[in-house]
Design a binder for this molecule. Sequence first.
Ligand code: CA
Length: 294
Amino acid sequence: MNMAKMQLTVGARSETGYVRNENQDRMSGDLTPIGNLYIVADGMGGHKGGALAAELTIAHLRQEMGDADSEDPVETLLAAAFQNANRAVYDKSRSDDSTIERMGSTAVLLLLSGQVARVAHVGDSRAYLFRNGQLNRLTTDHTRVQKMVDSGILAAEEAESHPDSHILERAMGIREDVEVDISAGIAIEDGDGFLLCSDGLSGYVSDDEIESVLNSNASVQEIPERLIENALNKGGHDNITIQFIQCGDRRMDTRNSTNHAAGLHGTRKALTLRQIFVIFILFLLALGAYLYLT
Ligand code: CA
């Protein structure tokens, strides 16, 4: 597959959600010398701090990756970009302004470079790969609850409703250094879709429900709208941010019920047209007979 010929289509939206009156999520999409770069950041730490931490995280990651030397290995570039962005948020949080003290942010980054995708993240904003009708989670939440699941203390089913599910183990700007998870390279296939989101989506809508929206007949632009609608219907009161990046044409699960219903609808429409045609012919025959007889 030639990456240069494969079209990328992006659907993106950020919503405040119920109760909250400000949005502390931020996102970006850029073309850099080393590929297409997409980021979602979810800020935390007070009225002013959260939004600022998310903004600084995105600004520094974009700048670092935009200026990156394409000769260096991608892992090295990503690791350096996260360290420098982390340090920028950390330093700012320790300035004289007490309203931004202890601010921090998550960050999930997707880099589509040639025929290879890479994901890097800190915190609980997620990346998913949607391939051949199936949703695969590419990130592991850096939360206290996920740590409990990993060590066998808590069952995965209990994790979703756990009161501490939002407590982060890692975030940008909290400590002087940050540990970042960088995925191995994923060979991109034509039809792949990548989803980036903040926990305003994944905290309310299950992976199965996200998968069924991706398997619906929604367009790339409609996907974020529908997912946000699902989160709000479930009482979502956090900021919700979604980016869906489609590589080539959409490829869904053909067994999907929505598509099946669309097929039935098409058949019904075709029958109706045929009926109209028959009625028209009968009308012409009747008219001919009337004119002939009178
Ligand atoms: Ca959030």
